[in-house]
Design a protein around this ligand. Structure first.
Ligand code: NI
Length: 509
C-alpha cells in the first residue's frame, strides 16, 4: 500500500522522509531522485547559465578596462585617437570612459614628468567637457548622427630646460541630413622641465610689459602680411591675453598658434606664427627668459641703471610721454603742489599747439625729452628717416624752451643698433623705463595709481602718458602715497646723476 501510494501521498511522505527514519530505503531513493534532485538540477542549470552570462559580461568589462588603461606605445595605437609619433613622446596612457552616449577613449600623452602629465591630463578633460561633449550632446538630442573626434598631442620641443606641447582636438559631427559641423580646438603650453611648472609669456618679460605690447604688434603684423587677417580680427584676437601661452620652436624662436576660424581665414585648422627672439632680446633679460632662449648679451650700447650712482636713496622719476596735451597744465599744477619734478617726453608735432605749456614745464624745473615727431617704430625706418624724426623734434624743443634735449624715449621702447648709432651722431641717450603703468590700456585713475605705487622702488622710472585725463587724475594719489613712503620725485638727469653717454639706452631692472 505504501508503494502505490507513493505518488499521491508525496507531500505527507516527504515530511516523513525528512522527519523520520523508519521507512524502506529503496522507495526513499526513488522518491528523492524524482522529487528533489531533478528540480534542484534544473535550478542549478538555469542559475549556472545566468551566472556564466553575468561572469562573461563582468569579465569583458574588466578586460576592456584593463586593455585600455595600460601604458602602450603610441605607434601601436589604432583607434579614433591618434598620437603623433615623436621620439620624446612615445608613450600614451589611454583610458576608456563611459558617457551617457557610449564609450569614449581619451589618450593622455606621457612625458614622464608628473606635474606636466597631470596638467595636460586636466586640460584634456576640459577639452572633452568644454568642446567635444556639449556639441555631441546637443546634436544627439536633435537627431541621429555619428560623432567622431580625434585628439592629437604633439611634442613641439624638448630640451634640458623646456618642453612645449600642443593639444589639438578635431571633432566632426555628422548629421542625418549630411550637414556637419567642425569643432576644432587647439591649445599649447610650455613647461619648465625641472620644476614641471607651466611658463606664461608674461613671465619672460618681467616688469617691462612694453615687451608684451611689442610682441602683440609683431604677431599682428605677421598675420596681416602672411594671412591677410582683417584689422578687426587682429584687434579682437591678438592681445596680451591671447598670447599668454607660447611654444618654444628652438632656443632662438618663440611661437604662437591660432585657430583659423577665429581669425576669419578658414573653417578649420590653425596657423602658427613664429618670431625670432633677437627682435625682443632687450626685453627678455630676466632669468626665466634666459633659461628657455638664447638671449644675446645686452649690446654694448645698452647700460643698466644698476651701476649708476643715484642722487638719493628713495628717488623716483615720473615720466610722461606723448604730450604735451590738453591735460598737461593741470598735471603741472599738481606737480607744483607736491613739489615734485618730472620728465616729459614730447611728440614734436604736438609742441606748436601747446608751446606755452612746454615753456611752463621748463620754467618749473621739469626736464623735456624727445619722443620723435610722428611716434613711429624707429627700427623700421632707415637712418635718414630716424634722424629726421628726432632732429626735427629736438629743434622744435630748442626753439620753444631755449634748450635742446639730451634724452630720447624711443616710441614703444623700440630701439636697435641702427637707432643707437643715429642717436650717437646726435649726442642723445635713450631712456626706457622700469615700471609701465599701462595707463593707456586702463583709463582708470585708481588702477593707474595702484600700479605705480605697487611697483615703486628706489631708482624706478615710471612710464605714464599725460594725454589721458585719467592718468593726470591719478598723479595726486601717486605723489601723496609715495611721498608718505619717503620717496622724492626727480627728473631723469637727477635720478641718473651721471653724464649720460650718447648712443646708449638706460633703464633699470
Ligand atoms: Ni609714446
Amino acid at each position: 500500500m505504501q508503494k502505490t501510494d507513493t505518488d499521491t501521498s508525496s507531500s505527507v511522505s516527504r515530511d516523513d522522509c525528512f522527519l523520520g527514519d523508519h521507512e524502506a530505503p529503496h522507495s526513499k531513493l526513488s522518491f528523492f531522485v524524482t522529487k528533489i534532485v531533478k528540480p534542484f538540477l534544473s535550478i542549478l542549470l538555469v542559475g549556472g547559465v545566468y551566472f556564466a552570462i553575468t561572469a562573461t559580461w563582468f569579465y569583458q568589462q574588466q578586460s576592456a578596462k584593463k586593455s585600455y588603461s595600460t601604458t602602450i606605445s603610441a605607434t601601436t595605437l589604432h583607434h579614433n585617437l591618434i598620437l603623433d609619433t615623436n621620439d620624446h613622446l612615445t608613450k600614451s596612457v589611454v583610458t576608456r570612459e563611459v558617457s551617457p552616449y557610449g564609450y569614449h577613449l581619451t589618450a593622455y600623452p606621457s612625458t614622464g614628468i608628473e606635474p606636466i602629465d597631470n596638467y595636460i591630463k586636466q586640460r584634456i578633460s576640459l577639452i572633452d567637457t568644454s568642446s567635444r561633449l556639449p556639441s555631441y550632446t546637443y546634436l544627439y538630442n536633435d537627431s541621429a548622427q555619428i560623432y567622431s573626434s580625434e585628439l592629437h598631442s604633439t611634442l613641439v620641443y624638448r630640451d634640458q630646460t623646456s618642453l612645449s606641447i600642443t593639444l589639438r582636438s578635431y571633432g566632426t559631427n555628422f548629421l542625418y541630413n549630411n550637414h556637419y559641423a567642425n569643432s576644432d580646438y587647439v591649445e599649447y603650453f610650455t613647461f619648465d622641465t625641472q620644476s614641471g611648472q607651466r611658463i606664461s609669456t608674461n613671465s619672460l618679460f618681467d616688469t617691462l610689459s612694453a615687451g608684451m605690447d611689442d610682441l602683440v604688434k609683431v604677431v599682428r603684423l605677421v598675420l596681416k602680411n602672411k594671412y591677410s587677417v582683417s584689422e578687426d580680427k587682429l584687434q579682437q584676437q591678438i592681445t596680451p591675453m591671447t598670447l599668454h601661452n607660447f611654444i618654444v620652436k628652438d632656443r632662438h624662436t618663440i611661437g604662437f598658434i591660432f585657430d583659423k576660424k577665429a581669425l576669419g581665414i578658414g573653417l578649420s585648422g590653425d596657423v602658427s606664427v613664429t618670431v625670432p627672439i633677437k627682435n625682443f632680446s632687450h626685453y627678455l633679460q630676466n632669468q626665466t627668459a634666459r633659461r628657455f632662449f638664447s638671449i644675446p648679451p645686452l649690446d654694448a650700447h645698452t647700460a643698466r641703471l644698476r651701476s649708476t650712482k643715484q642722487l638719493c636713496q628713495r628717488c623716483i622719476a615720473l615720466t610722461f610721454d606723448d604730450g604735451p596735451g590738453q591735460y598737461t597744465d593741470t598735471l603741472l599744477s599738481t606737480l607744483q603742489n607736491h613739489e615734485a619734478k618730472a620728465t616729459f617726453f614730447v611728440i614734436g608735432k604736438n609742441i606748436r599747439r601747446f608751446n606755452s605749456t612746454l615753456q611752463r614745464a621748463t620754467q618749473e624745473g621739469h626736464q623735456i625729452g624727445n619722443h620723435t615727431w610722428n611716434h613711429p617704430e624707429l627700427p623700421k625706418l632707415n637712418p635718414d628717416q630716424i634722424r629726421k624724426e628726432i632732429q626735427q623734434t629736438s629743434d622744435m624743443i630748442a626753439a620753444t624752451t631755449g634748450t635742446p634735449p639730451t634724452i630720447v624715449r624711443p616710441p614703444y621702447g623700440a630701439v636697435d643698433d641702427k637707432v643707437y648709432n643715429e642717436l650717437r651722431t646726435m649726442s642723445l641717450s635713450a631712456i626706457l623705463w622700469s615700471i609701465d603703468t599701462r595707463d593707456w590700456a586702463n583709463r582708470d585713475s585708481s588702477i593707474v595709481c595702484q600700479r605705480a605705487v605697487a611697483s615703486a622702488q628706489p631708482g624706478a622710472i615710471i612710464l605714464m602718458h599725460d594725454i589721458h585725463r585719467t592718468t593726470v587724475e591719478a598723479v595726486p594719489c601717486i605723489l601723496s602715497t609715495l611721498h608718505k613712503q619717503g620717496y622724492q620725485f626727480v627728473t631723469i638727469n637727477n635720478l641718473l646723476r651721471q653724464p649720460l653717454q650718447p648712443g646708449i639706452g638706460y633703464f633699470k631692472k
